[in-house]
Ligand binder design. Structure first.
Ligand code: PGA
Length: 249
């Protein structure tokens, strides 16, 4: 029997959005408050420049916010970086760590991702820890091994609440997704790893699916066992699409 977990739908705006984009948040808020209350926790992770404004904007409609990355240190000489405490100060409750774009573009290792997740905990944030295999790794039959290694290396030993996002690298921004059976198999595997390591607590961790999640496939993907929500990139930029994904829960 699987536990009842409140689904979480998080939008990752990546390096998109200027002040005018806050109109999408207003529209999303209107869409969410117009109908029946959403069955999911709704989080938007805008670029850091918009975080404080987005947090203020979302407050009245129950939209939470998160950062897209943080530095492992509390403060210091790290030009251009942002600490978890700064994200929290700007109103964030979540922080994405270890997104594959950070792993690929900035050479982030599991060890660094784990330190970032710990920094998130210390600032009172819930880290959304991302894992996922490349296409070559899947083709080589290594998908589960890679994801297990990332989980082992990236999740800190802690009592604090965290979220896992399974995002196959080859599905991000490509319009391609794994089959429902492949998603079910990986999410069951991740659940197994979490319960083996964290016991009861591992049974209540939200495991999000991410990678080309959109209104047309959200209903079937979000219904798969151990898929407790989604991490949405492209389709989170327009309120209409993101609201459709939320209502698919
Ligand atoms: P996508 O991105 O929805 O645009 O595929 C997902 C992500 O990178 O989190």
């Amino acid at each position: 029997m699987s536990k009842t977990i409140t689904p979480l739908i998080a939008g990752n705006w990546k390096m998109n959005g200027v002040s005018a984009s806050l109109a999408e948040l207003t529209a999303l808020g209107q869409a969410l408050t117009a109908g029946p209350a959403p069955r999911a926790i709704v989080v938007i992770c805008p670029p850091a420049t918009l975080l404080a404004a987005a947090s203020a904007h979302g407050a009245s409609s129950g939209i939470l916010t998160g950062g897209q990355d943080c530095h492992p240190a509390k403060s210091g000489a790290h030009t251009g970086d942002i600490s978890a405490a700064m994200l929290a100060d700007a109103g964030a409750q979540y922080v994405i760590v270890g997104h594959s774009e950070r792993r690929a573009n900035h050479g982030e290792t599991d060890e660094l991702v784990r330190a970032k997740a710990e920094a998130g905990f210390a600032a009172g944030l819930k880290p959304i820890i991302c894992v996922g295999e490349t296409e070559a790794e899947r083709d080589a039959g290594q998908a589960e091994t890679v994801v297990e290694r990332q989980l082992a290396g990236s999740i800190p030993d802690s009592e604090a609440t965290f979220v896992v996002a399974y995002e196959p690298v080859w599905a991000i921004g490509t319009g391609r997704t794994p089959t429902n059976a492949e998603i079910a198999q990986m999410h069951a595997r991740i659940r197994g790893v979490l319960t083996a390591r964290f016991g009861e607590r591992g049974a209540s961790v939200n495991i999000l699916y991410g990678g080309s999640l959109k209104p047309s496939n959200a209903r079937e993907i979000l219904a798969i066992e151990h898929v407790n929500g989604g991490l949405v990139g492209g389709a989170s930029l327009l309120a209409k699409d993101f609201a459709a994904i939320i209502s698919a829960v």
